[in-house]
Design a protein around this ligand. Structure first.
Ligand code: UT7
Length: 329
């Protein structure tokens, strides 16, 4: 068995923003309500010529540079997203070409907002077994195409963005950086709490589906909220127990940035102080698979997250999926 570590990270958020004041002109809502209930002030909007792979490309280049690797050093690309460039081929293959990553293995992974943690966990397993050495994990979305801007229950939440991490084999015995564990879950019985009804094989896209906005995200917000707190608390507690750690041993929790109240409720449940929780939702909203990757890279770049610290990631998403990943950075 080999050890794996996170060697580089990167992120990109489009410059254009949709503010709460912009949304208040489209639906019956207001800045104060959105801030109080979600913590979000603005979400990012990719330009029409920016595909999910374009956002990911910028994040991936940063991560490669931070890891001191070239694209041709990659053995695998795992692309977590629910908003691919095309139905086929995979966005991972598109990114591979844009990066000039040679012929490494490249595939997409659909676990919604848990996609980045699922991707890191998959990368860790390939590295632990000795099968691969350097893996690029992406969480990236252009979600605004799937948002119904007449539905005030969902349009206040979602935005576009991309994050990336390189997971590499750690061959240096003196370097204690390591992915310790991951705990992943899926509960398919809750699949209708958060989904896009049309555009798949059950109900292919028609003019009617677009007119009725059935190609956009539908969500039972209250139910998702409850399950989110429960799921993230459960898998985070498991992560600590599996590594014989307490909250005091962890420097930072980086949760899925879906809603500040969900984050605060989860931290309270875990008895984890909010001043050691990374919250970056205010200016980006919920970017699904990208949120943790973006928040982690921001916290690394501004010096909150440092080498040698224990870091706990936790997420939940459509499926419902959930997961945690505990590592020494
Ligand atoms: O990555 C996973 C993605 N999904 C999530 O994370 C969703 C999790 N859920 C949430 O974030 C919250 O449920 C929401 C932010 C979506 C909604 O907040 P809430 O505190 O659960 O509100 P609610 O649905 O219980 O609605 C409370 C009231 C309702 O009015 P009445 O029935 O009490 O008169 C809603 O109609 O607030 C109303 N409301 C709004 N008012 C102003 C709902 N949306 C809005 C809005 N502006 N945008």
């Amino acid at each position: 068995m080999f050890r794996s570590k996170i060697t580089g990270t990167g992120h990109y958020l489009p410059e254009d923003k949709i503010t709460n004041h912009d949304l208040a002109k489209m639906v019956d809502t207001n800045h104060e309500w959105i801030v109080e209930r979600t913590g979000i002030h603005a979400r990012r909007n990719a330009k029409p010529d920016q595909a999910t792979s374009d956002l990911a490309l910028i994040a991936a280049k940063q991560a490669l540079e931070a890891a001191n690797l070239r694209a041709t050093d990659l053995d695998m690309i795992i692309f977590g997203s629910i908003t691919p460039d095309y139905i086929m081929p995979s966005t991972a293959c598109i990114l591979q070409e844009k990066l000039g990553a040679g012929n490494c293995v490249a595939f997409d992974l659909i676990a919604a907002c848990s996609g980045f943690i699922y991707g890191l966990a998959t990368a860790d397993m390939y590295i632990k077994t000795g099968n691969k050495k350097n893996i690029l994990v992406i969480g990236a979305e252009v979600l605004h195409n799937y948002v119904d801007y007449t539905d005030r229950g969902t349009c206040i939440l979602f935005g576009d963005g991309a994050g990336a991490a390189i997971v590499s084999r750690n061959e240096d015995d003196n370097d204690k950086s390591e992915i310790y564990s991951h705990h992943l879950y899926s509960d398919g019985s809750l699949n209708k709490l958060l989904y896009v009804p049309d555009g798949g094989s059950v109900s292919p896209m028609t003019k009617d589906s677009i007119d009725q906005r059935l190609n956009a995200v539908k969500m039972n917000g209250r139910e998702i909220f409850k399950h989110a707190v429960r799921a993230m608390s459960k898998c985070s507690t498991e992560a600590l127990e599996a590594n014989s750690m307490s909250a005091d041993d962890v420097s930072w929790v980086i949760p899925h940035q879906a809603n500040t109240r969900i984050i605060e409720a989860t931290a309270k449940h875990m008895k984890f102080p909010m001043d050691r929780v990374v919250v970056e939702i205010e200016e980006m909203g919920n970017t699904s698979a990208a949120t943790i990757a973006v928040a982690m890279d921001k916290a690394i770049k501004d010096g909150r997250v440092k080498r040698g610290q224990n870091i706990l990631l936790t997420a939940f998403g459509a499926g419902l999926t959930s997961g945690s990943l505990l590592f020494k950075y």
